[in-house]
Design a protein around this ligand. Structure first.
Ligand code: AR6
Length: 169
């Protein structure tokens, strides 16, 4: 499985799957979540509402999958990252669990390429360096079956530099 690094807007990518940093309500929000719902249109929200009605949203560390609506992708995988709480609420384990559950859904749905944003490092304020280590370690440990390519998509320069340094090392 190839791992790539890109800087930019994840909603513009042509890939099988786009990962969203959602919240437990699955009803949208700011940051990358807002951008994905705006660009993907109402079909994504409709799927999210159906999942809510079935199972009552999505817990921290878990993931759900929906259509990608108007995006140039087949699916969106929504995962809910932990809100940083001074490392007092198992945030690293919860973030790792996000990546593991995203990979599981990607494989189950036979996706071959996946774009992932820097989950929890915006509004949820998880320290970026620590989050990058967890993201890269968890993705690198995965033996791709359907998955041939994972693209880390950084929106801000700080995350991009952190990812580049770890991936180059
Ligand atoms: N493409 C790629 N990355 C982006 C984009 C984009 N278009 N926009 C922002 N980012 P955040 P969180 C980056 O805040 O910290 C929402 O309201 C951003 O620079 O989107 O997990 C949800 O509904 C940052 O590095 O997600 C939740 O309530 C990364 O995406 C809450 O925010 C994640 O930042 C989740 O907070």
């Amino acid at each position: 499985m190839k791992i790539k690094l890109l800087k930019g807007d994840i909603t513009k990518l042509v890939v099988d799957g786009i990962v969203n940093a959602a919240n437990t309500s699955l009803l949208g929000g700011g940051g990358v979540d807002g951008a994905i719902h705006r660009a993907g249109g109402k079909l994504i929200l409709e799927d999210c509402v159906a999942i809510r009605n079935r199972q009552g949203g999505c817990k921290v560390g878990e993931a759900v999958i929906t259509t990608a609506g108007n995006l140039s992708a087949k699916k969106v995988i929504h995962t809910v990252g932990p809100r940083w709480n001074n490392n007092q609420s198992n945030e690293p384990q919860k973030l790792e669990s996000c990546y593991l559950n995203v990979l599981k859904l990607a494989e189950e749905n036979q996706l071959s390429s996946l774009a992932i944003p820097n989950i929890s490092t915006g509004i949820y304020r998880f320290p970026k360096g620590k989050a990058a280590q967890i993201a890269i370690k968890t993705i690198q440990a995965h033996k791709g079956n359907s998955l041939q390519e994972v693209i880390f998509v950084c929106y801000d320069e700080e995350n991009y530099q952190l990812y580049q340094n770890i991936l180059d090392a």
